[in-house]
Design a binder for this molecule. Structure first.
Ligand SMILES: Nc1ncnc2c1ncn2[C@@H]1O[C@H](COP(=O)(O)OP(=O)(O)OP(=O)(O)O)[C@@H](O)[C@H]1O
Ligand SMILES: [Mg+2]
Length: 248
């Protein structure tokens, strides 16, 4: 079966800095890939290239087998098939939760209000947010806002969900509720690529772990391989620091 996402030999340069160096990565349907690595290793840049927020300088990215890095690609069509959530929740402050979640279904996907709202309420309900549908974002906790942002990203059933440090801005006691939403999406078969500093979570939820170092995929394997028996000295050093910081 064709992989949902295939990244082959991707290179990205900012000025004289090589930020992604010959990165290759395949993401099968219904699998979860965790991108780990030190700050500045290129995790966000890789996700931004997949979402076409950055152009690649070399290599190819395919979504369901289609080259999305070519010159004739229709960016809006590609983005319709992707969901993305960043560290800062980015909800529209002047819209209620329900309006935030139904905006793209109605405007981009041209779904009737009634159906969009039904879908949105079903998802909000599933993630314990039903009572918040009519609230404005500033009346929600950070964890609730981030869960709404995730609902907004999956309401159109994307082929691929990209999550960039979705818990990094949260107080520690709110991290768990957001991770449990991600875990439930994984259990339901959502294909995901997740950049995260939550190693314990990556270990539990990921099928594949990619360790990025200086823009290159230094090591890739199952969580048991990468966390349990890292081959590379740099990976071992990174993981030791993570353990010291209490994150594994
Ligand atoms: N627009 C840009 N212009 C110039 N350099 C950039 C730009 N965006 C990112 N970089 C550089 O690219 C490198 C990779 O950054 P990136 O944000 O992808 O790292 P990261 O792995 O996501 O880090 P973090 O864990 O801190 O989020 C960094 O050295 C960064 O300074
Ligand atoms: Mg980042």
């Amino acid at each position: 079966m064709t992989d949902v996402l295939s990244v082959a030999g991707v290179r990205k340069v900012f000025g004289s800095t090589v930020v992604l160096d010959d990165v290759s990565l395949d993401v099968p349907a219904h699998s979860v890939t965790a991108l780990i690595g030190a700050s500045g290793s290129g995790k966000s840049t890789l996700l931004r290239c997949v979402n076409l927020l950055e152009t690649v300088d070399d290599g190819v990215i395919r979504l369901d087998g289609e080259d999305i890095t070519g010159p004739r690609v229709r960016v809006d069509d590609v983005r319709k098939r992707l969901g993305i959530v960043f560290q800062a929740y980015n909800l529209f402050p002047h819209m209620t939760v329900l309006q935030n979640v139904t905006l793209a279904p109605r405007r981009v996907h041209r779904i009737a209000r009634r159906e969009a709202e039904d879908r949105a309420r079903t998802l909000l309900d599933r993630f314990g947010l039903a009572a918040k549908a009519g609230e404005y974002p500033d009346r929600l906790s950070g964890g609730q806002q981030q869960r709404v942002a995730i609902v907004r990203a999956v309401v159109n059933s994307p082929r691929l969900l990209l999550l960039d440090e979705v818990t990094a801005a949260l107080d520690p006691e709110l991290v768990g509720e957001v991770l449990s939403v991600v875990r439930e999406l994984a259990d339901q078969g959502m294909t995901m690529v997740i950049a995260t500093h939550e190693m314990g979570f990556a270990r539990q939820v990921a099928d594949q772990v990619c360790f990025l170092d200086g823009g290159a995929v230094l090591e890739r394997g199952t969580p048991a391989e990468v966390f349990g028996a890292p081959r590379e000295e740099r990976t071992r050093r990174f993981l030791r620091r993570v353990v010291e910081a209490g994150r594994l």
